[in-house]
Design a protein around this ligand. Structure first.
Ligand SMILES: C[S@@+](CC[C@H](N)C(=O)[O-])C[C@H]1O[C@@H](n2cnc3c(N)ncnc32)[C@H](O)[C@@H]1O
Length: 239
């Protein structure tokens, strides 16, 4: 687990592309019925592009709330953004939500924090509200990597699996779904992403390790990278 902040996750790559956001929100709306009156919270929203698009698509009457530890200058203006830690948010929040989204963020938290957050999220759901927690698929991961990155990624995926089991034990009635997105990206762009340490696995590496890793990626992959970005989604209904 890393404590450094993630700043370049959804910075002009497939994760912030119109197509990805469109497909992801279609996945969400297929799994959860929402309408213009729905209240939505996104924990660890990053630049808030997913939430902003969802707000437009549903013509939300209430701006959805997005919280994150990092406040990006280029964040989506269609959301009500709060720069705050997830647990601290709930110490003052009085709203109840139809959907609480935690996408690719739970792995950055310690187990005792995850447990407290699950309790708080449940307390802040409307009667038909649901929590959607998404994390990298720990079994079928295809993220392009270099040798050291692979080691760290596997460690992180092992922990993700523990988190998924932990949540499933606490909420045995949870539902599991899968989201997969076909990524096509130039090697050059992916190398840029690696040099900007887009994923938490890369945050602990020093510059020399990143440079060596980039050389390995350059040798290992063709000009165009094609892979599936696969996520597991745990859905918890109000109990
Ligand atoms: C990998 S990014 C995912 C961003 C976005 N959910 C997405 O999927 O595109 C993880 C985000 O969670 C935020 N984050 C990590 N720990 C957090 C916490 N305790 N409270 C709020 N945000 C947090 C990070 O700052 C980062 O923006």
């Amino acid at each position: 687990m890393v404590s450094a902040v993630i700043k370049n996750w959804d910075k002009k790559n497939w994760l912030s592309s119109r197509n990805y956001i469109h497909k992801f929100n279609n996945f969400l709306l297929k799994a959860k019925k929402l309408n213009s009156s729905s209240k939505i919270l996104d924990i660890g929203c990053g630049r808030g592009k997913i939430l902003g698009h969802l707000s437009s698509k549903l013509r939300l009457k209430n701006k959805p709330i997005g919280i994150d530890l990092v406040s990006h200058k280029d964040r989506d203006k269609r959301i009500n953004f709060k720069k705050i830690d997830a647990l601290s948010f709930f110490s003052t929040n009085k709203e109840k939500f139809d959907l609480i989204l935690v996408k690719q963020t739970i792995h950055l938290m310690k187990f005792n924090k995850i447990k407290s957050l699950l309790v708080k999220m449940n307390e802040n759901l409307k009667p038909n509200g649901e929590i959607f927690i998404l994390t990298l698929d720990p079994h079928k991961n295809e993220i392009p990597n270099f040798s050291l990155m692979k080691i760290e990624l596997l460690k992180s995926l092992k922990r993700d699996l523990k988190i998924l089991k932990f949540i499933s034990k606490l909420y045995p009635k949870r539902i599991i779904k899968n989201f997969s997105y076909k990524v096509e990206i130039t090697k050059k762009k992916y190398i840029d992403m690696v040099s900007e340490r887009f994923i938490s696995t890369l945050l602990g590496f020093n510059n020399k390790q990143i440079v060596t890793g980039i050389k390995q990626i350059d040798l290992k992959y063709k000009k165009k990278l094609r892979f599936n970005d696969k996520l597991v989604c745990i859905i918890i209904k109000n109990i």
